[in-house]
Design a protein around this ligand. Structure first.
Ligand SMILES: [Fe+2]
Ligand SMILES: [Fe+2]
Length: 260
């Protein structure tokens, strides 16, 4: 089973990167199932149906998210309406949507779980205890388990990787938009990367137009952010997983760029 995981898709540039750079690769590499983090897919903030439909047409099958998923009110109902979009499982109370799903791909169940860190982020429920609860609910229903750990602090994400070693096929970090060079396989067979990166414009600050972000840092006032356009790239992980054991066979971290 070949699975692709695409980092935070940022606005129109991110969607273009998926359609123009990832789609051809999906066919070429015979990828069976593609997941993307879409917390920034709608102009950088949240989700909207049109943007999700566009990504689906470009070959993305399933969507995880994070703290920004709540930013666009038009998109929040989709968390209940669409079975292929999840939000972090550790949001407290009766939040819309769900934090995990099991989907069937070529006859094999795949569990996808989304949790969010709490270091330098809103103090939501414990991601470690939440993931334990979700894994016990999943039980034997799925051998393949993919966890999106959406967080700011590298330490918290590495801790989650070790915590889930042997219990998840893949633990993929998202949220920072900066790919980390630490793709590794833990001793009990879990594939891990601290941050997969982003799909979007690299002539930017994390996918956003540089001018406004710089102004915010220098003048400390809120500024209107706009999605940047130049130098689109798509950061992703491609993993081969044995569907009978759920164990990782092979794993690589890629950055797709436009040809010069
Ligand atoms: Fe993000
Ligand atoms: Fe985020």
């Amino acid at each position: 089973m070949r699975i692709a995981f695409i980092g935070d898709v940022v606005g129109k540039s991110g969607r273009r990167a998926v359609a123009e750079l990832f789609s051809p690769l999906k066919k070429q590499r015979k990828i069976d199932f593609t997941i993307a983090n879409v917390e920034n897919v709608a102009g950088g903030f949240g989700i909207v149906p049109k943007a999700i439909d566009e990504l689906q047409a470009a070959g993305v099958d399933f969507f995880t998210s994070g703290n920004h998923v709540w930013d666009n009110r038009e998109g929040v109902p989709m968390l209940d309406e669409r079975a292929n979009i999840i939000r972090p499982a550790n949001y407290p109370g009766a939040s819309p949507g769900t934090g995990w799903r099991i989907v069937e791909v070529t006859g094999h169940p795949i569990a996808v779980i989304n949790v969010q860190g709490r270091v330098f982020m809103p103090p939501i429920d414990c991601p470690f205890r939440t993931v334990d609860r979700v894994l016990s609910e999943i039980g034997e229903k799925s051998r393949i388990t993919i966890v999106d750990v959406h967080g700011e602090a590298t330490s918290e994400k590495v801790a989650m990787g070790w915590y889930l070693d042997g219990r998840a096929s893949l633990v993929i970090g998202t949220h920072t938009h900066v790919p980390t060079k630490d793709c590794r396989v833990f001793p009990r067979g879990t594939g891990y990367v601290t941050d997969v990166g982003m799909s979007g414009a690299y002539d930017s600050i994390l996918g956003v137009d540089k001018k406004a972000v710089l102004q915010r840092f220098m003048e400390m006032r809120p500024c209107k952010f706009q999605v940047a356009r130049g130098d689109i790239r798509c950061d992703l992980v491609i993993a081969d997983i044995d569907p009978t054991t759920g164990k990782l066979v092979e794993f690589e971290h890629l950055q797709l760029k436009q040809e010069a």
